[in-house]
Design a protein around this ligand. Structure first.
Ligand code: THU
Length: 132
C-alpha cells in the first residue's frame, strides 16, 4: 500500500462519515475498505432508537463489500470527528479478523494523520471457532 492509496481511503472514510446517523452519540464515524480486487466500499455508523442495535462504520463497509462478492481485503481506513485516532471497537475487530484476517487497519485523526496496525495486532490471541 502506498501513501496515495492510504490517503484515498482516508478521504473516502471522512466523506462517508458525513452520512452518519448518530442522533444519540453525535459521534460521526466513516470507514472505507479496499478489497484485493481493487474495489473500495464505504460505510458510516448508523444508530437507532433501540440504543443497542448500533451498526459501526467498519461493519457497514465490510458487509457492503462482502455482499458485492469481495472475499479478500487489503486495508480499511477509519475516521471519526474529533482529534484522536478512532480504533475499531471490539466487535468490529472480531468481525474483521474473521472475514479479513490479513487486513491492515488505518486509523486516521481529523488532521488526516494516521497510524496503521494489522488486525492481529489489534486482536491478539483471537477467538476462532473450531469446527468439529
Ligand atoms: N463507532 C463506529 O462506528 N466504529 C467504531 O470503531 C467505534 C464506534 C460508532 C458506534 C456508535 O454509533 C458511535 O460510534 C459511538 O459509539
Amino acid at each position: 500500500m502506498d501513501d496515495k492509496q492510504i490517503r484515498l481511503l482516508i478521504d473516502k472514510a471522512i466523506a462517508a462519515s458525513e452520512n452518519s446517523v448518530c442522533n444519540f452519540s453525535r459521534f460521526k464515524v466513516g470507514a472505507a475498505i479496499l478489497s484485493k480486487d481493487g474495489r473500495i466500499f464505504t460505510g458510516c455508523n448508523i444508530e437507532n432508537s433501540s440504543l443497542t442495535m448500533v451498526m459501526c462504520a467498519e461493519r457497514v463497509a465490510l458487509y457492503k463489500a462482502i455482499s458485492e462478492g469481495c472475499k479478500e481485503f487489503t486495508a480499511i481506513a477509519v475516521a471519526a470527528e474529533g482529534q484522536d485516532f478512532c480504533p475499531p471497537c471490539g466487535s468490529c475487530r472480531q468481525i474483521l479478523f474473521e472475514f479479513a484476517p490479513d487486513i491492515k487497519v488505518i486509523m486516521a485523526d481529523s488532521k488526516k494523520d494516521y497510524t496503521i496496525k494489522k488486525i492481529e495486532e489489534l486482536l491478539p490471541i483471537a477467538f476462532r471457532f473450531q469446527k468439529r
